[in-house]
Ligand binder design. Structure first.
Ligand code: ADP
Ligand code: MG
Length: 400
């Protein structure tokens, strides 16, 4: 049975009440009654527009981080050049171990600027700067997904309305026209014939707005919203459009319900999040007759609907992941320091050719310590033979 928006909101409230009850219990259990969270000295903040979902996440973060701040995006400022920095309410942003930055497409450039300025300074940022301009734009998202050959509905980009009119003669109907930066179903239009499509096109031309044209994928008015955190598809819901609607968005009156995600759908959602380098993301998927296709991703996904429909405490899963990643990023920093110590040892003993270290990974790629580059004097300009088998790696210069 589908749930109406009201029911979803009610369920989310119930969920909140439950979370709060658990919070109270945890506080009671805690030996230090003054403390509201762990005493690990870790500091996290959420920079957002202050939505209910952001509040849920902030509350969940305080279970893992000692100090959690919720900062209003509209009070942020970025200065470049002289006295460069990120400012909140006119003051330089304090130090945090983890910063989760969220907001709508209207703030894409500010979000990207803040993230870009914090990269390298904050140990853990779940989203790279580029994701704010890419993911908030459906066309740029589709281009990034195309590079990874991720299935999507056939999508057309035309230089202008005249060429798009010609295109309308060749496509199969119905079709979908979208504003690349629309959200909540508001920028999505359907046309079931060339005549309705060309009048829509005239309106788009008059508005002077960029748009994409997409094949319509028949799903009976349903879509899937899958939440990916790190490398896992942790929750999902099926959304069904109301009878007089094709858009399944909850904001367009759609209802969310529990769904068993297939392995194929989960893998597709994870691949999408990876292609966009987003560690927290909602992926919208249509399960069409030819298999699942991705229509968009959302780096600031609403949590109430999916929490209520799936019964999974998504905010807590996000907070837990952020905590684990922050700890591991801080660990890498310490390891880097240890590597420096190894390097100093090498300088002293000069001919040492063995280093004992752990391996750093970026995604699935191994990053070797800088010391290895120095010892081997390997260069980017040369070619090498990499011999690898389980438990052993050998890299030697390639000689003709
Ligand atoms: N190509 C398509 N075929 C069929 N339905 C679509 C297609 N694209 C979008 N929709 C419907 O419209 C809804 C909104 O589209 P989406 O691209 O996710 O934009 P928004 O950012 O507004 O959510 C989807 O959830 C889906 O129900
Ligand atoms: Mg959507």
């Amino acid at each position: 049975m589908g749930l109406s928006t009201e029911q979803l909101v009610e369920q989310a409230k119930e969920h909140d009440a439950k979370t709060m009850a658990t919070e109270e219990l945890r506080e009671k259990d805690s030996s230090n009654s003054e403390s509201n969270g762990p005493e690990n000295g870790l500091r996290a903040c959420i920079i957002s527009l202050g939505s209910k979902s952001s509040k849920m996440t902030a509350e969940a973060l305080s279970e893992f981080f000692e100090h959690v701040d919720m900062l209003q995006l509209k009070e942020m400022e970025v200065v470049l050049g002289k006295d460069a920095g990120v400012f909140f309410s006119g003051k330089p942003l304090e130090y945090y171990d983890c910063v989760f930055i969220k907001g709508s497409f209207r703030y894409a450039h500010l979000l990207r600027s803040i993230t870009s300025m914090l990269e390298g300074k904050v140990p853990y940022l779940p989203l790279p700067a580029s994701s704010f301009t890419i993911v908030h734009n459906k066309l740029l998202t589709h281009l990034a997904l195309q590079q990874q050959e991720i299935p999507m509905p056939k999508t057309y980009v035309s230089p202008n309305t005249e060429t798009a009119k010609e295109l309308l003669k060749r496509v199969n109907y119905p079709i979908v026209m979208k504003f690349p930066e629309g959200t909540q179903g508001k920028g999505v239009m359907f046309a079931d014939s060339i005549s309705s499509a060309s009048s829509l096109l005239d309106a788009l031309g008059a508005l002077n707005q960029p748009f994409i044209i997409q094949e319509y994928v028949e799903t009976g008015g349903t879509d899937l919203r899958v939440i990916v955190i790190g490398d896992r598809a942790i929750a999902g819901m099926e959304r069904k459009a109301t009878t007089d609607e094709k858009r399944a968005n909850i904001h367009a009156g759609g209802s969310g319900q529990i769904v068993e995600l297939s392995r194929e759908t989960k893998t597709l959602a994870i691949k999408t999040a990876r292609a966009l380098n987003a560690e927290v993301c909602g992926v919208d998927i249509l399960e069409g007759p030819l298999g699942p296709v991705v229509i968009e991703a959302n780096i600031s996904p609403g949590l109430q609907g999916v929490t209520a429909a799936s019964g999974i405490n998504v905010a807590r899963e996000i907070a837990k992941h952020m905590y684990q990643q922050t700890v591991s990023k801080l660990q890498i920093k310490t390891d880097k320091h240890k590597q420096q110590v190894v390097k100093d040892m090498k300088n002293q003993e000069n001919n040492k050719s063995e280093i004992i270290t752990n391996l750093q990974f970026k995604g699935e790629r191994i990053i070797l310590p800088k010391l290895v580059t120095e010892m081997t004097e390997f260069s980017e300009l040369e070619n090498y033979v990499i011999k690898s088998k389980k438990g052993k790696l050998e890299i030697v210069e390639f000689k003709m």
